[in-house]
Every structure is written in structure tokens, then in C-alpha cells.
Design a protein around this ligand. Structure first.
Ligand SMILES: [Zn+2]
Length: 280
């Protein structure tokens, strides 16, 4: 899809399944199970909609999915679906990993940074994108490297340690433009230093929300994941984002939504309306 002088493509890294209760926090099962029917283990499908942004200044990838470093136990627990893979999807668009100039990790949880690295034939963990700078918030880097008992399960250090060894990490602090038309901005709540990404062109702003609003269902204000470390901050951040998305006609990307990867928001008589984006 054309977006001003950028070209945008959703590049999926497959899907996995997470506990429905954890995905929707305080929302009762009787409500969320109507929106997203769970499997026999109470899990719901969770997409991995990474985004490729081709710009005149280089190719940028937003988040990298789960990757391939997990074992059988992990694959079973999360019912990992590898029918689509990030690197193959890039191949279909005529790109190899060497063509990626920048990776932006919204944060370092394994379902967003897993595809940063892979094992080579000797089993050594190496970066998947050898020429890319990996843009990571300094605060998130610090927290991921010193997790607590609650946050530890979401982090796999092998997803980022070899990036530092190879000198490929580009640490940032707060809001900034990282490439012409591509900016990161803090969206706290899921984590203290979670960042979203804005792609600005003459056509307007496209915003990659990531885990601050992971699916279109999470536009409903109380629908906040149990994984969030600061749920009341998520609430505030969401309200501000939704207001701006309506006022400034943002095209939103929902990283974890299997049915609505992109949508516009409008307001009619005080009610929020989701208009899924259909590419022509
Ligand atoms: Zn996530």
C-alpha cells in the first residue's frame, strides 16, 4: 500500500494463542468469549502483524514477531502457528534480511523481539538482519535486562544480547524522529517505556500502536491486558491516543488483531466507530 512516498506492508510472523482472560484483564469471560471464542484451553488467537515501511531513506521493520528459537514445550503451550513467517513474507516482497536498514522494537517482549535473532548452523545466536540498526528505548533495555519475578517470563535475553555484541543497537530516550518521516513516541502503561511508531507522509499519519492497544477490541477503555504493568496508565494513554486518532484521522495498526490489522476511527453521536482499512 502506498502511503505518500512510503510503501507499507503488513508482514506476518504467524500467530500464537494466549489465555483469553489474560488478554482482556477485568472483562468477564461471558463478554470477551462472544467477541473472540476461546479454544478448549481457554486460549484465543493472537496475530503477529509486523509492518514493513519502505522509505526513500531505507527499509524499516516494526517489531519482529516470535522468531524460531523456541522449543517444543513453548510451541505447545502457546499453540504457535508458523504458517506465515516474517523472513518468507519479506521474500515474497522481493527483500532479503540484508535489505532491512532499521528495526524498531516497540519493546523487548518475546512476541515482539523474538525475530530479532536466530540460531546459526552451530547453534550460536546471531542477528537476523545483519545490516540493521535496532531502535530500542534505553529504559526498556534496562528493565528487560533486570526483570522482576512478574516480568521475567516475558523476556528472552537471547532476543537482544547479540545485537549489542555486534554494535547494532541504537538506543533512544523518549520521543524522536529516527528516520525522515518515521518517529517513535512513548505510550506508557503496558510497560513504563513502551513505544509506538508514527509514519508521517503527505497522506497523513499511520500509527503502529503495538501493545498499548493490541487489538481493535482493546479500543474499549476497560479492556486492558492483565500483562500490563501499569493498567491505569494504559487507560490514560489509550484515551489520549483515541482522541488524537479521531481528530487527526490516523490510520491505526493493531499488531495482535487477526481480523482487523488496520483501521480508522470515527466518532458518531459520541460513539466510537471502527472502520477497518481495506487495501485497494
Ligand atoms: Zn505483545
Amino acid at each position: 500500500m502506498e502511503w505518500g512516498n512510503f510503501e507499507i506492508s503488513v508482514v506476518s510472523d504467524g500467530a500464537f494463542w494466549l489465555d483469553g482472560g489474560a488478554m482482556y484483564g477485568v472483562v468477564p469471560r461471558t463478554l470477551w468469549s462472544l467477541a473472540t471464542p476461546p479454544d478448549a484451553q481457554n486460549r484465543i488467537e493472537v496475530a503477529l502483524n509486523c509492518l514493513l515501511v519502505r522509505t526513500p531513506a531505507g527499509n524499516v521493520l516494526l517489531d519482529t514477531g516470535l522468531g524460531d528459537k523456541y522449543d517444543n514445550k513453548f510451541a505447545e503451550r502457546f499453540h504457535v502457528d508458523r504458517s506465515r513467517r516474517l523472513v518468507e513474507e519479506l521474500g515474497r516482497l522481493g527483500l532479503t534480511p540484508l535489505d532491512i536498514d532499521m528495526v524498531i522494537n516497540t519493546h523487548l517482549h518475546f512476541d515482539h523481539a523474538g525475530g530479532n535473532t536466530r540460531r546459526d548452523d552451530q547453534g550460536k545466536v546471531i542477528p537476523v538482519f545483519p545490516k540493521a540498526r535496532y531502535v530500542i528505548q534505553r529504559g526498556e533495555w534496562a528493565n528487560a535486562n533486570a526483570p522482576n519475578a512478574r516480568s521475567r517470563a516475558s523476556y528472552h535475553p537471547e532476543d537482544w544480547l547479540s545485537l549489542e555484541t555486534n554494535g547494532q543497537v541504537h538506543w533512544v530516550s523518549g520521543d524522536q524522529e529516527v528516520l525522515a518521516g518515521v518517529s517513535v513516541f512513548l505510550t506508557p502503561g503496558h510497560l513504563r517505556d513502551h513505544q509506538s511508531v508514527r509514519i508521517s507522509s503527505c497522506q497523513g499519519d499511520l500509527v503502529f500502536l503495538s501493545d498499548i492497544i493490541p487489538t481493535a477490541h482493546h479500543l474499549k477503555l476497560p479492556w486492558i491486558m492483565s500483562y500490563d504493568l501499569y493498567p491505569l496508565e494504559t487507560l490514560e494513554t489509550k484515551q489520549a491516543l483515541i482522541r488524537r486518532a479521531v481528530a487527526e484521522h490516523w490510520l491505526l495498526v493493531f499488531y495482535h488483531d487477526p481480523r482487523v490489522p488496520m483501521a480508522y476511527l470515527t466518532e458518531q453521536d459520541g460513539l466510537l466507530q471502527v472502520d477497518p482499512y481495506v487495501s485497494s
